[in-house]
Design a protein around this ligand. Structure first.
Ligand code: FCB
Length: 445
């Protein structure tokens, strides 16, 4: 299996998960600071206050990326560093951090891909309603314009939002992510505003940076019914509607999927929303970012509130997140997105796995054979998709570093580089060297 010569290989991170320096240089409070400091929200009471201390160690981390031969690096910008109150007065010290990071990346020959929003909303905006507020699209447009003004001369690849499904549902109906709200109507309201905010951000970027490459990152999964039973099939279709089509259809077709609208309306879950406004989300894009971790098998279950549950097949291999390892799902998903939505280009903006690993390592390297096997099988699936005509242009492994895995704190290690959180020492895992070798040779062994 080989990859095109111009295929972009990289790794991904997110601001709150790695930067630390939560209270430095004028950074405003964000919803994850508030949430993680609230008792019982994050495992062991972990917070992102220090994380990987990347804010101070970015030069060392860029040097690591260079050593691995990465072509590209996907990071996110912390809104509250640029605009501590979310809107209004900007903060030069925060702006300068990303100036330094972008310059260091370019100096190392690494193409920066920046995500504008990877979940760390300024708390000041949450206090004004956050994603449930109809003002969110304009707040996001203001922030986008500021970032474009400061970075657009050097930063050419922009991702508006990371995983709006998670913003809406993990944050507003399941409540396991910040801001920790448990209200289904609020979740659909938040989802609606992510669509509009995305649309406005694309407009702003197009206007200010005509040469920018602009996309959005969605967390998508192939969905399969547990059996041929029509009830399982119907629930799989519903699940696919909520997980995939509720986000793909607005972005590529400018409307919501009818079957899901009908169902949600029956429960009043979309009351008060002007659904036709979602056409704003359908701005022409240069690429779609796909985050893939696993497939979803859906079974009819009348005892659960929505009538379905998801399950992992018995005996199937799983990661430390208990996510099934299912590489062919990546190929199937890419083919489906290509056939049904035809984005001009696709990047895998996240794919990777957590496995149990020690907090401290002796020696120069950590052996992580399961992650190497995980990556190899998923790289293969990606190569198959390319061979079948999918315009896949690049692949970002999640993650460069072990980091703050949201509600799981530091207990789940996704890095290809190990981080000892007591000393901040970085140690390469074998998977990092495996990636280095794939990048160098362009082929899978
Ligand atoms: C994704 C997130 C990313 C990371 C991985 C494991 O949903 O975008 O920040 O937590 O999952």
């Amino acid at each position: 299996m080989s990859f095109p010569a111009d295929f972009l290989w990289g790794a991904a991170t997110a601001s709150y998960q790695i930067e630390g320096a939560a209270f430095e240089d004028g950074r405003g409070e964000c919803i994850w600071t508030r949430f993680s400091h609230t008792e019982g929200k994050v495992k062991h009471g972990h917070t992102g206050d220090v994380a990987c201390d990347h804010y101070h160690r970015y030069a060392e981390d860029v040097a690591l990326m260079r050593r691995l031969g990465l072509h590209a690096y996907r990071f996110s910008i912390a809104w509250a560093r640029l605009l501590p109150q979310g809107t209004g007065a900007s903060n030069q010290a925060g702006i300068d951090f990303y100036n330094r990071l972008i310059d260091a990346l370019l100096e190392a020959g690494i193409t920066p891909f920046a995500t504008l929003y990877h979940w760390d909303l300024p708390q000041a905006l949450q206090d004004r309603g956050g994603w449930t507020s109809a003002d969110m699209p304009e707040w996001f447009a203001e922030y986008t314009a500021l970032a474009a003004k400061h970075y657009g001369d050097r930063l050419k690849h922009w991702i508006t939002l990371n995983e709006p499904w998670c913003i809406a549902f993990l944050g507003h109906s399941l409540g396991i992510h910040a801001p920790g709200i448990r209200d289904e109507r609020a979740a659909f309201r938040a989802a609606h505003h992510t669509h509009l905010a995305h649309g406005r951000a694309v407009q702003v970027l197009r206007q200010s940076l005509p040469d920018a490459q602009v996309g959005i990152t969605l967390n998508l999964a192939p969905v399969q019914p547990f059996s041929a039973d029509p009830q399982d099939q119907a629930m799989a279709r519903l699940f696919d509607g909520l997980q995939n089509r509720w986000f793909l259809d607005p972005v590529f077709k400018g409307r919501y999927p009818e079957d899901i609208v009908t169902r949600l309306n029956a429960n009043g879950l979309l009351d008060g929303l002007d659904l036709s406004a979602v056409q704003l989300a359908a701005q022409p894009l240069d690429f779609l970012g796909v985050n893939y971790y696993t497939r979803q098998i859906v079974r009819h279950d009348p005892s659960s509130p929505h009538g379905f549950t998801t399950l992992v097949p018995e005996g199937a291999p799983v990661t430390d997140m208990n996510w099934e390892i299912y590489p062919q799902g990546l190929r199937d998903l890419l083919l489906r997105v290509h056939q049904e939505y035809a984005p001009p280009a696709i990047y895998i903006t996240e794919n990777g796995a957590a496995f149990p690993e020690p907090e401290q390592v002796e020696g120069e390297q950590l052996d992580d054979p399961q992650r190497v096997a995980y990556l190899e099988s998923h790289f293969n699936a990606a190569a198959e998709a390319i061979a079948q005509g999918v315009p896949l242009k690049g692949y970002f492994v999640w993650s460069l570093l072990d980091n703050f895995e949201w509600a799981e704190g530091y207990t789940k290690r996704f890095g290809i580089v190990h981080v000892d959180f007591s000393t901040q020492k970085r140690t390469l895992k074998r998977s990092a060297l495996y990636l280095q070798q794939v990048i160098q040779s362009g082929v899978l062994a």
